[in-house]
Ligand binder design. Structure first.
Ligand SMILES: Cc1cc2nc3c(=O)[nH]c(=O)nc-3n(C[C@H](O)[C@H](O)[C@H](O)COP(=O)(O)OP(=O)(O)OC[C@H]3O[C@@H](n4cnc5c(N)ncnc54)[C@H](O)[C@@H]3O)c2cc1C
Length: 292
């Protein structure tokens, strides 16, 4: 099958992109890596009057430390493979470094972008879950409103539905840098390595002298958006980082999770329980070895 007819343009600066997005609104689509958009158009699951190819906008390239040193900015044209190989990401945003190992296959990673993944908001994708766990900032730009920042915890509304308006370009995402004494963990279950997750868990917490604080734990793949667990935070606060805590958080959170799949609800619950248990044990172990 082929995509329905569309017009195509490739501006070379952000202002021109925003001008076109303002003019066409929901009739236009930004083309970044094209790894999700092009198959969806070819399958006629998505259509557009105009494709705005941003691949010539050099201002959207790159991965860099923010001026205040508190964030790592990943531009809209940074490919998954570049993010995975980035020394800045490895050194300062350990959760994304860990999660990138699970994102797609090499051919897809060479073109697909982090910002494309966040803009698309697939519930089984790794980057939205990391963004919610770390509360990353998404930077949006439009002709009408200029630049605005939305925190990841307020960005994902539902299945493929986000706070981004039709005339807004996601120019970059800012990942907060790891703080001393904080540890991260990521794991997922998928049919084959590199496929989208059936279910997954992303975690960040502080561990000091074996005591857990500030646990941010996100489950994904089981509902329309990544879910930050307030219950996990309450259960773990000021508790000892040990196997008993990993088990009790895994049991309680998985039991209360709203699961999309009615047919496989019990199986999915058990999978999430095992993933939470596994990821927390890994984080606790890392802290015991002193590697943040
Ligand atoms: C075989 C296969 C396996 C995959 N496995 C995984 C996986 O395991 N994990 C995973 O996370 N992903 C996976 N993907 C998806 C891949 O990571 C996509 O590249 C990614 O989700 C979207 O990024 P993109 O740059 O290709 O975006 P595109 O396909 O170009 O765009 C996707 C959507 O986002 C919009 N968009 C893109 N960039 C912007 C922007 N800067 N501002 C506003 N809107 C924008 C587009 O208009 C479109 O609606 C897989 C894809 C394939 C084909």
């Amino acid at each position: 099958m082929k995509a329905p007819d569309f017009a195509y343009c490739c501006p070379d600066n952000v202002d021109d992109v925003c001008e076109l997005m303002a003019e066409y609104g929901s009739d236009a689509r930004v083309l970044a890596g094209g790894q999700s958009l092009v198959p969806a158009m070819n399958l006629r699951l998505s259509s557009a009057e105009l494709l705005i190819d941003i691949n010539r906008v050099s201002a959207l390239e790159g991965i860099k430390l923010t001026d205040d040193g508190q964030g790592v900015s990943v531009g809209a044209l940074a490919r998954h493979a570049q993010v995975a190989a980035s020394p800045l990401i490895r050194q300062h945003v350990s959760l994304v470094g860990k999660a990138m190992a699970y994102v797609a296959h090499p051919a897809v990673r060479n073109r697909g972008t982090t910002c494309g993944s966040l803009a698309l908001a697939d519930p089984s994708a790794e980057m939205p879950a990391c963004a919610v766990a770390l509360n990353a900032s998404l930077v949006l730009q439009s002709k009408k409103e200029g630049v605005r920042r939305v925190s990841a915890r307020e960005f994902f509304f539902g299945l493929y539905d986000t706070a981004r308006r039709d005339d807004e370009l996601l120019t970059n995402v800012i990942w907060p840098v790891d703080q001393p004494g904080y540890y991260t963990g990521f794991t997922e279950l998928s049919r084959r390595h590199g496929d989208f997750a059936i279910a997954g868990v992303a975690v960040r917490c502080a561990i000091n002298n074996g005591i857990v604080r500030d646990l941010d734990m996100v489950t994904f793949g089981v509902g329309p958006t990544p879910v930050l667990s307030a219950e996990a935070r309450d259960l773990a606060e000021a508790q000892e980082a040990n196997a008993a805590l990993a088990s009790s958080v895994a049991d309680k959170v998985s039991n209360q999770l709203e699961i999309d799949s009615i047919e496989h609800e019990q199986v999915r619950r058990e999978q999430v329980r095992a993933l939470i248990h596994r990821v927390l044990l890994g984080v606790f172990q890392e802290a015991a070895c002193g590697n943040s």
